[in-house]
Design a protein around this ligand. Structure first.
Ligand code: MOS
Length: 752
């Protein structure tokens, strides 16, 4: 492990740095002992239980609910339907930015998707509420469900993802294809996928007048707070959201969902605290998912294997009433140099819950298709897939022409290939068998994810006793953010970690923005860094202007903060403790503020992305087509590594999502009813330990002085990118059969 330090951090952070230490999770013991309190673990006095009734049709109207039967059930307190649901201050279909769901909140009897909430039953026990919900036995006026990518006339969406253009191009793709000596065209399908975090969406809501206390897992508390304030017509300051721990989010907890709001409405209706927890199958509808895609890749190359054109077109689906479009084709903007590139999207509207960001939205399905296509093109050119990628290595971002703020992808290729043993790979398929006679195949894929920042804030306080407090309304989805931020905070204040309190996970703390887009560590890290620097500057002012201080006259830039002391930069032996400085100045505490956000000047000058290379080995049973991934090696470069243990764990997680994408995950939709047919963890497959026998992540050193003050890029989602393609390519290499439909299952392999 090379020692990795913050790139642009002030010199006072460079010695005894907490950043870069492979610390274990601060909340690890709490979680393993069950002491960590997740949303549904909260039981305020007088709390009652709510259960959802959800639609079994995809489209139409609810014509009858047996409310009397539900009410008559022992323990049932109230049944909330459109007849008595609290009216809202804001139309839940009003949308003012891409970061909000249009919500179904019992304001009418219409059904827009399967598993849409149609009523809420509140009871004094979970069992009574659940039974009450079952007794409602809804009747419907149903209309035919529109399902699948061929359901309807397609259209070009106005924007994809969080507002990116649906079409982008440079150069002349038609001319590039015409001039090519080698061409390929192929269509790849990816299915609908559901986030399936371990912890279902849950809320415990308690009203006190117009004040509202909420325990709910959130990837964006401040946005949720604003959304709730709007819907209920109350002040955001009166809404207190606690979200200290999440049992995973994967994007599904980024936006406030309908069921969470229904829990708040139910609490208002019954005048008592209410707990509402989604059942697993109820998560296949109102809380987002990844839409299916059908992607057409076309490429041309000259006789040397240099691309002359690349066209990536993605068809996807959104709901009939909202507009999230999976930005699948955007993956082709960054990776390969080509004089002509076009990316474009089209979509249909179907009777589904609205899709949402999920585990590398865009890049995950996009790179599965692109990296498969690159493998097919390398074969067509008679080249090794790694040699082909190096031949088409992008020295500048192809679409924009901007230089990269940093790009250690070449090193990722080198280190990953060396570790994997790629040089020994035979170029032709079906050349390798193991001792048991299983076909063995090796494949690779390139990983990429943009280095994004949202906006976040932090507050730092240094107390007279020399201890510090750092506060930010940040979110730990399980990725280790709490630990990483505490490390950044320790360095920002020049304190040992045990002298520092770090507080996060509450909307009462400064708005930390959204934990998504792999942007949280960079955004909040820079905010914390700024808050600490603000405190240290004020402290240095006190010392360097005071004749009694050994630091007098050193000037603000002439001191270094380390381990609770300020030192003269020109004579480090002359120093004074924080406590002494504050005591002499008669100050109880010094407070500082910081904000993290992308620098617009750097953004316009540079393309900013993390990169990686993933190498996969699979074994395939030649008779039955059973596929196992036996080895995965990923090498990733993502700027400053705040905590190598946690970052490696993020990469492992991402690569396992890739295994899941390639071989397992598939929401099966019934074409007649529109309903997801496998809304449970028994039939919606995700990998278990036995599916991932060996996995390695190499942390490739990379220094980025443009991306932000700490040089941090995101690590949360890049692991999935490239991995699904690498596995698909390994399956081809093992068998000689190309499956272009994900997940690659044994039936598809045998039929292909
Ligand atoms: Mo992620 S899909 O940005 O939580």
């Amino acid at each position: 492990m090379p020692e990795i330090m913050p790139t642009q951090a002030p010199a006072h952070l460079r010695m005894g740095s907490s950043i870069g230490q492979p610390l274990t999770r601060r909340e690890g013991v709490l979680k393993t002992t069950g002491a960590a309190r997740f949303a549904a673990d909260n039981h305020p006095p007088g709390m009652v239980y709510a259960a959802l009734a959800v639609s079994s049709i995809a489209r139409g109207r609810v014509t009858a609910l047996d409310v009397a039967a539900a009410r008559a059930h022992p323990g049932v307190i109230e049944v909330m339907t459109p007849a008595n649901a609290p009216k809202l201050a804001l139309d839940p279909d009003a949308k003012t930015n891409p970061f909000m769901f249009r919500l179904d909140l019992l304001q009418n009897d219409r059904v827009r998707y399967p598993n849409q909430p149609v009523a809420v039953v509140v009871a004094d026990s979970l069992e009574a509420a659940t039974e009450g919900a079952a007794l409602l036995a809804p009747r419907y006026e149903a209309e035919p469900a529109r399902t699948g990518l061929d359901s309807d006339e397609s259209f070009a969406p106005p924007a994809v993802g969080a507002g990116s253009p649906a079409e982008e191009s440079h150069g002349d793709v038609a001319a590039g294809l015409a001039a090519a000596s080698v061409r390929m065209e192929a269509v790849y399908d990816t299915p609908a996928q559901y986030h399936n975090a371990m912890e279902p969406h849950a809320i415990v809501a308690a009203w006190d007048g117009d004040t509202l206390s909420i325990d709910t897992p959130s990837q964006g508390m401040a946005m949720a707070q604003a959304r709730i304030a709007g819907l209920f017509g109350i002040a955001p300051e009166g809404i207190h959201i606690r979200s200290p721990f999440l049992g995973g989010g994967f994007g599904s907890k980024g936006l406030l969902s309908g069921p969470q709001v229904l829990g708040i409405m139910a609490a208002r209706l019954v005048g008592r605290p209410v707990k509402l927890v989604l059942r697993r199958e109820q998560m296949f509808g109102p809380v987002g998912h990844r839409a299916p895609t059908r992607q057409t890749l076309r490429m041309g190359a000259d006789g040397e294997g240099a691309l002359t054109a690349l066209s990536h077109h993605a068809k996807t689906a959104s709901s009939t009433f909202d507009d999230f479009f999976e930005p699948a084709a955007s993956a082709s903007h960054t990776l390969y140099a080509s004089p002509a590139i076009t990316t474009s999207h089209e979509a249909v509207r179907i009777d589904t819950g609205t899709p949402l960001f999920m585990r590398a939205p865009g890049e995950a399905p996009g790179s599965a298709a692109l990296e498969s296509a690159i493998d097919e093109m390398a074969l067509a050119c008679g080249m090794d897939p790694l040699a082909f990628r190096l031949k088409n290595y992008a020295e500048v971002e192809p679409l924009s022409g901007k230089p990269f703020s940093s790009k250690a992808l070449r090193q990722c290729y080198e280190q990953g290939a060396a570790r994997f043993g790629w040089a020994a790979r035979p170029q032709a398929p079906r050349q390798m068998r193991d001792e048991a006679g299983l076909l063995v195949g090796w494949g690779m894929g390139t990983a990429t994810f943009p280095a994004l920042m949202f906006q976040g804030h932090a507050r730092a306080v240094l107390r007279q006793d020399g201890t510090g407090v750092v506060e930010t309304g940040a979110h730990d989805m399980g990725q280790g953010a709490w630990t990483a931020f505490a490390q950044i905070a320790a360095d920002a204040l020049g304190l040992e970690l045990d002298r520092l309190e770090f507080r996060a996970g509450s909307s009462d703390l400064p708005d930390a923005g959204i934990a998504g887009g792999s942007a949280h560590t960079a955004t909040v890290g820079v905010a914390i860094h700024g808050a600490g620097a603000d405190v240290i500057a004020k402290l240095a002012d006190l010392a360097t202007t005071d004749r009694r201080s050994p630091l007098f006259g050193a000037g603000n830039a002439g001191v270094i903060a380390r381990s609770g002391r300020l030192h003269r930069r020109d004579d480090e032996a002359r120093s004074e403790s924080y406590a002494d400085i504050l005591t002499r100045a008669g100050r109880d505490a010094i407070e500082g503020q910081g904000t993290g956000a992308a620098d617009p000047a750097a953004l316009s000058a540079y393309a900013m992305h993390a990169h990686g290379a993933v190498f996969a080995e699979v074994k395939v049973d030649p008779d039955f087509g059973q596929i196992r991934v036996t080895r995965l090696v990923g090498a990733f470069a993502a700027g400053t590594i705040v905590n190598p243990r946690l970052v490696r764990s993020q990469y492992y997680g991402g690569m396992i999502w890739g295994v899941s994408f390639a071989l397992h995950e598939h929401a099966v939709v019934d074409r007649r009813s529109g309903r997801p047919m496998n809304p449970n963890l028994a039939e919606y497959h995700v990998p278990v330990n036995a599916d991932v026998p060996s996995i390695e992540a190499i942390l490739v050193e990379e220094r980025d002085v443009h991306v932000n003050a700490l040089g941090i890029k995101g690590v949360g989602e890049i692991g999935v990118t490239g991995t699904a393609g690498a596995i698909a390519n390994a399956v081809w290499h093992a068998t000689g059969t190309r499956v272009r439909s994900f997940p690659i299952t044994l039936d598809r392999l045998l039929e292909a």
